[in-house]
Design a protein around this ligand. Sequence first.
Ligand code: ADP
Ligand code: MG
Length: 462
Amino acid sequence: AKRWGRADAVLRELEERCAAPPARLRQVADAMAVEMHAGLASEGGSKLKMIISYVDALPSGEEKGVFYALDLGGTNFRVLRVQLGGKEGRVIKQEHDEISIPPHLITGGSNELFDFIASSLAKFVASEGEDFHLAEGRQRELGFTFSFPVKQTSIASGTLINWTKGFSIDETVGEDVVTELTKALERQGLDMKVTALINDTIGTLAGGRYDDNDVIAAVILGTGTNAAYVERANAIPKWHDLLPKSGDMVINMEWGNFRSSHLPLTEFDQALDAESLDPGEQVYEKLISGMYLGEIVRRVLLKMAEEASLFGDEVPPKLKIPFIIRTPYMSMMHCDRSPDLKTVGAKLKDILGVQSTSLKTRRLVVDVCDIVAKRAARLAAAGIHGILKKLGRDVPNTDKQRTVITVDGGLYEHYTIFAECVESTLRDMLGEEVSSTIVIKLAKDGSGIGAALLAAAHSQYR
Ligand code: ADP
Ligand code: MG
């Protein structure tokens, strides 16, 4: 009885510390909007980098012709081609291929990596069939999705700041990745021009806009989290160049790095951050994204195991291994609808090697998942509300203009309780009248086709 009391006390304290009631969410949304302003005002003016993407035209639907895309951001890269048929024809045909990168290439030389990519692309281009029609005298054009930190210098150039995700090729750091790719394409004898360099968030925004003209922002909720949106160029004080013809500029917020004193942080979050590879950075991402949610749950369960013998007299040794509870497992346990929580029991056995658990223990595990997932979802909703606020779309408008936010990422796509909580929280924050004009839409094939569409929207022949 005494140990249940202790376990319940840990749970209650967690619940209190994670609480994100409406008033607090409003503060978070306000802080997001304030930081957006600050990040647009000056370079380094905010934790939010608010990176100018140089994407000043999103796809209109009028795009015509063959376009290619290359997506590099993990251990696989994807190549894709589309035949676009303008307003009537839309996407006439689309083909793609996924190629895994030999592990020795991600820590080798720059030319070796880019030569491998270029030769894979050349093979893909060689397989282009009769139903793709490149207009007479035109060069093939490519959109390059490169999801690593880049200092963008124009729509089709940017220097690599540093590699992440296990890539480590010193030679490439500080180089223009489009130049590197273009030189490799030339070495392959492939006549192709890179007309857009983007990241996955901007690709998602472009794909969303192509499908629905009312899309104004894209949010990624996957392993990590980020957002991009369409800003008026004259509302960007740090932009000193000529105003783009469209009057618009897509901003890559890098919102994972958002932080605010209003974010509900616990001892578990603080420890996770302190032991992470980037302490003090990506604070918002560490509360929200798929990479971390299961790990927060693990830390809470470890405390309950140590202080309240949640899994018996001994703490299961596996529970001490960081990141052993992956977020997909957390979501399977959380969504268990069986009366005796069978799935929870089975997962605890699979993941932690705990042979048997009482129903009361399994219930506590579900409660912990619920608190951690709902805090994340509510904070994500507050972030979206912040964007709407910045754009003045959080108040009733007379012409009932629709506002659409496209969301991509495995966390949102597969974790139903999480996704539903994002939507219901946003509805509550906005009230009935405004939320009837706001739509959250799951992206179809977010970034892949988006890069090809942006290659078209920024074509040299436009
Ligand atoms: P990435 O963000 O790396 O581009 P995805 O968008 O496919 O990749 O998202 C993958 C992430 O989504 C995983 O790291 C995991 O955190 C989360 N995820 C995938 N499936 C589930 C699931 N069933 N429940 C909860 N989270 C999931
Ligand atoms: Mg992704």
